[in-house]
Design a protein around this ligand. Structure first.
Ligand SMILES: Nc1ncnc2c1ncn2[C@@H]1O[C@H](COP(=O)(O)OP(=O)(O)O)[C@@H](O)[C@H]1O
Ligand SMILES: Nc1ccn([C@@H]2O[C@H](COP(=O)(O)OP(=O)(O)O)[C@@H](O)[C@H]2O)c(=O)n1
Length: 228
């Protein structure tokens, strides 16, 4: 690059629910001055639109038929990420239990994935300094040429404890069951399932603090940038 400009760095962070993808990705992006994209929020947003519009989510054909309708816009500032559907701020409504329990059925539909993956690639291309993109299939399918791929894991117990800590009063066992069920659905779907890319660095976060995970990923990005 000319004039000493730094090449944009693309970081893919994948893994199941509650492994720390969002918290880690946001903090890494903020520390390194990169953009940030929560791809799960996009799948939640299209699911919210389908629920709101009474689409039959047991029928993949019905889902596919309307996959192109909602306009989903993601703001990629890690300090204040935003998400709107047809101009409506849905940051709150996409986190309800109803959307969480239905998102895997919607995200398994190939027409939905094609549409959302295109959005993701165009946002990654537009990020002048680079971007941290978190999800399930970023390293394997959406951005297979990412400069760094990280796959976060943690025991189901640790993940359920973290999640039920967020959802005040939620029963840990019920949270664990719902989480394991969603992982199974996301891992077994035909189109770009949740999977570790062959060249991803796996980080088990069960025994690590969030600060340790952030430091680990920042170091990995800096090593990549230094050409190590
Ligand atoms: N290593 C960690 N140790 C303890 N808590 C964590 C750790 N990583 C994340 N958390 C907490 O767990 C919850 C889920 O993290 P989040 O980043 O939303 O995970 P994901 O995006 O993978 O679902 C959050 O409340 C977060 O603060
Ligand atoms: N790249 C992605 C990201 C999310 N998803 C889907 O979106 C759902 C919600 O993702 P999320 O990241 O918000 O989930 P949490 O980890 O926050 O619980 C997942 O369970 C997947 O069904 C996907 O299919 N591919």
């Amino acid at each position: 690059m000319e004039n000493g400009a730094v090449k944009p760095v693309i970081v893919a962070i994948d893994g199941p629910s509650g492994t720390g993808k969002s918290s880690t990705s946001k903090a890494v992006a903020e520390q390194l001055g990169l953009s940030y994209l929560d791809t799960g929020a996009q799948y939640r947003a299209i699911t919210w639109w389908m629920v709101t519009n009474g689409i039959d989510l047991t029928d993949p054909t019905a889902i596919a038929a309307v996959a192109g309708k909602p306009e989903i816009v993601s703001g990629t500032d890690p300090v204040k990420p935003t998400i709107t559907v047809d101009g409506v701020d849905v940051a709150g409504p996409i986190r309800t239990e109803e959307v969480t329990s239905k998102v895997s059925a919607v995200s398994a539909v190939p027409e939905v994935r094609t549409r959302i993956s295109e959005l993701q690639r165009s946002l990654a291309r537009a990020a002048a300094d680079g971007i941290v993109v978190e999800g399930r299939d970023i390293g394997t399918t959406v951005l297979p040429d990412a400069d760094l791929k990280v796959f976060l894991t943690a025991s189901p117990e640790a993940r359920a404890a973290r999640r039920s800590g967020e959802l005040k009063g939620a029963d840990v066992n019920a949270t664990r069951e719902a989480l394991v069920k969603r992982d199974a659905a996301d891992s077994s779907r035909k189109t770009s399932p949740l999977a570790k890319a062959g060249d991803a660095v796996e980080v088990d976060t069960t025994e690590l603090t969030l600060a340790q995970v952030i430091e680990c990923v920042v170091t990995l990005v800096e090593e990549k940038r230094a050409g190590k």
